[in-house]
Design a protein around this ligand. Structure first.
Ligand code: HEC
Length: 209
């Protein structure tokens, strides 16, 4: 590069005083290296930001869409029932074996909910809310983003398995954009994995009177 004027200028400074040159070089060096640092750091910071924003968006969407009501087991707290955050989004607790659901008489009452909010009996049988944590064996650890989106879009397990039973509000959540579903899935990737094997649903025939 053609730095002749600068060099000449600096040479002149050197001639004036050696100390002056040292100070100037140090300052220039510090300036150049801080500029380089900033330039190098910028792309990394840029690429990290969308991921953090996406996760925050997913967390926000889940907190405002009722997922906590059904997918985190509820317990009795000091001020009444509250979600057990130590089991965040881990679904119906495997240790909690539900007795057969009470049979309702003919009439307008239709559904019975367990105290944990994770076992629900209705005309579809008994369903147990899924473990949404990234546990490899019992949660969504092996799911791809596509599996998740396809489940919500089709109302079937991973888009190809059995139908997802009520009261999972598939029809409501089908209104989420792909972008929102991706954000929810990105957030679910970040929560602590909880090992919890949710029981299979009970068919209506088995629970019928
Ligand atoms: C009213 C209760 C309820 C709410 C609210 C709810 N779910 Fe569910 N969800 C369920 C039940 C029950 C099941 C299990 C259904 C079954 O076994 O077929 C389920 C299953 C799932 C599954 C697993 C499907 C599969 O094939 O394994 C996913 C994923 C899921 N829910 C995500 C969510 C997300 C994300 C939210 C919030 C945006 C949410 N759910 C809110 C009740 C609910």
């Amino acid at each position: 590069m053609n730095r002749i004027p600068t060099t000449t200028h600096r040479d002149r400074i050197v001639r004036y005083t050696l100390l002056g040159s040292t100070v100037l070089t140090a300052l220039l060096g510090a300036f150049v290296s801080s500029t380089v640092d900033a330039a190098e750091a910028a792309p990394a910071a840029k690429s990290a930001r969308p991921a953090a924003e996406q996760v925050a968006r997913g967390k926000y969407l889940m907190s405002t869409s009722g997922c906590m009501d059904c997918h985190t087991p509820w317990k009795m707290g000091e001020k009444g029932p509250e979600p057990d955050l130590s089991r965040l989004y881990s679904g119906h607790p495997e240790q909690l074996q539900m007795p057969p659901a009470p049979q309702l008489p003919e009439g307008p009452w239709l559904v019975v909910w367990g105290a944990t909010n994770t076992a629900i009996a209705g005309p579809w049988g008994v369903s147990f809310t899924a473990n949404l944590t990234p546990d490899m064996e019992t949660g969504l650890g092996r799911w791809t983003e596509r599996d998740f989106i396809q489940t919500i879009r089709s109302g079937r397990h991973k888009g190809r398995g059995r139908e997802v039973l009520p009261p999972m509000p598939i029809m409501v959540y089908n209104n989420f954009s792909d972008r929102d579903l991706k954000a929810i899935f990105a957030y679910l990737r970040t929560i602590p994995p909880v090992r919890n094997q949710v029981p299979e649903p009970v068919a209506p025939t088995a629970s019928a009177r």
